[in-house]
Design a protein around this ligand. Structure first.
Ligand SMILES: NC(=O)c1ccc[n+]([C@@H]2O[C@H](COP(=O)([O-])OP(=O)(O)OC[C@H]3O[C@@H](n4cnc5c(N)ncnc54)[C@H](OP(=O)(O)O)[C@@H]3O)[C@@H](O)[C@H]2O)c1
Ligand SMILES: [Zn+2]
Ligand SMILES: [Zn+2]
Length: 371
């Protein structure tokens, strides 16, 4: 089969021949790949910063953001049948019997860091024509989301981040954890999304359907197409180039929640310094190693203490986060069909893989179609 991957020992990014997998156990599902999204992780693997092939192979098939269609099911598969659409998850549990998160299906909190990840770490990914996966790692997708479900995996980052924020904010009397008059759990609260890439814009959509007032604070000055998209869904876009963090916080008022999706330390810590009373800051960014930068550590620390703030890091996602992402994509499509469509800036054939993986980053979410 055709596949796209890296050969780390030879520093190659290329189209590969990959064997067609077959079902070997009763709980497995044979899936035809429809679409695979490309993200910064894939592009970093193509710089050979990380990305490890499975034992015994010299190459790693890329791809962890996938939508597929079931073509065959094992004898004991209960929830899927031929023709169903599915989104597979990424991380697989470590083998340590004492790793309770992995033993309980929550490898997103693996305590040994010996997990594997499809398309990233010791397991082949989904940038290939067919793959086989255990039923437990698949989430069903309604046919109405055929054109959007490739966005589910990047949306799970917001789902897991927000799920944690609700748990943490239970500490604060008055942070409502129930739906107030159908206006959402975030009603009356202000959220700031840092960055207007796919992670930030999907996060902004999630925060909006939860009822928050949402500001997207990113780099490029207006007008630009990411700002237009953010404003088309009801967020306010402000460029960090045009307005520094202090003026921004004056304008916005008490910042109750920050969803960081910028992957840049300087702007993130600048905004942390102006996080509001009882605020929660969710980090998703994974910046590359760079030289040390100055931050205003004393005023940031004073703020964290005196304002009862909480910081959360979030990576990967639970099975429930995938279910929630599929559900919320349906809601996004219902509210903002044009914006959901605009998030996918390009659908490409496999031949475009080099340009997409090692060329200049363009658009918001680019997708390779396999069928
Ligand atoms: N935690 C996880 O599991 C997980 C999963 C996937 C990705 N991530 C991380 O999430 C982050 C965002 O991913 P993405 O794919 O959305 O990234 P992206 O497409 O690179 O978008 C980054 C956004 O941040 C803006 N930006 C960059 N530098 C800035 C600065 N100094 N000040 C203000 N804005 C700035 C960019 O502005 P322009 O529009 O002007 O370029 C862009 O809108 C990355 O760090 C990625 O590694 C984490
Ligand atoms: Zn990704
Ligand atoms: Zn583990």
């Amino acid at each position: 089969m055709k596949a796209v991957g890296v050969v780390p020992s030879r520093k190659e990014v290329r189209q590969l021949e990959h064997p067609h997998p077959q079902i070997t156990r009763d709980n497995e599902v044979h899936i035809r790949t429809l679409e695979v999204g490309i993200c910064g992780t894939d592009r970093e693997i193509c710089t050979f910063a990380y990305g490890q092939p499975p034992a015994g192979d010299d190459y790693l098939v890329l791809g962890h953001e996938c939508l597929g269609e079931v073509v065959e099911v094992g004898a004991k598969v209960r929830h899927f049948k031929t023709g169903d659409l599915v989104v597979p998850s990424v991380r697989r549990p470590c083998p340590d019997p004492n790793c309770i998160p992995c033993r309980e299906g929550r490898q997103d909190f693996c305590s040994t860091w010996k997990f594997t990840e499809r398309g990233i770490n010791q397991r082949h990914g989904y940038m290939t024509e067919y793959f086989v996966e255990e039923e437990a790692y698949l989430t069903p997708v309604p046919k109405s989301l055929r054109d959007a479900a490739v966005l589910a995996e990047p949306l799970t980052i917001a789902e897991k981040g927000l799920a944690q924020a609700w748990l943490v904010q239970k500490r604060v009397p008055g942070w409502e954890h129930h739906n107030r008059d159908g206006k959402g759990r975030g009603h009356g609260k202000t959220a700031v999304v840092l960055g207007a890439g796919p992670i930030g814009l999907l996060g902004a959509m999630k925060l909006l359907i939860e009822g928050f007032k949402v500001f997207v604070y990113s780099r490029s000055p207006k007008p630009n197409f990411k700002a237009d998209l953010a404003e088309s869904i009801g967020a306010e876009y402000i460029s960090a180039v045009k307005m520094g963090a202090d003026d921004f916080s004056q304008k916005v008022g008490n910042i109750d929640l920050v969803y960081e999706a910028v992957g840049e330390g300087s702007v993130s810590f600048d905004v942390m310094r102006v996080l509001g009373i009882n605020g929660v800051f969710i980090f998703t960014g994974i910046p590359a190693q760079k030289p040390a930068i100055p931050i205003r550590a004393d005023s940031t620390m004073r703020n964290i203490t005196l304002k009862n703030q909480a910081l959360i890091g979030t990576v990967n996602a639970s099975p429930q986060a995938f279910i929630d992402a599929i559900h919320d994509l349906g809601e996004f499509k219902r509210r903002w069909p044009a914006a959901v469509k605009a998030l996918i800036t390009g659908r490409h054939k496999i031949d475009a893989h080099r340009e997409l993986l090692v060329g200049k980053a363009q658009g918001i979410k680019n997708v390779i179609e396999f069928a």
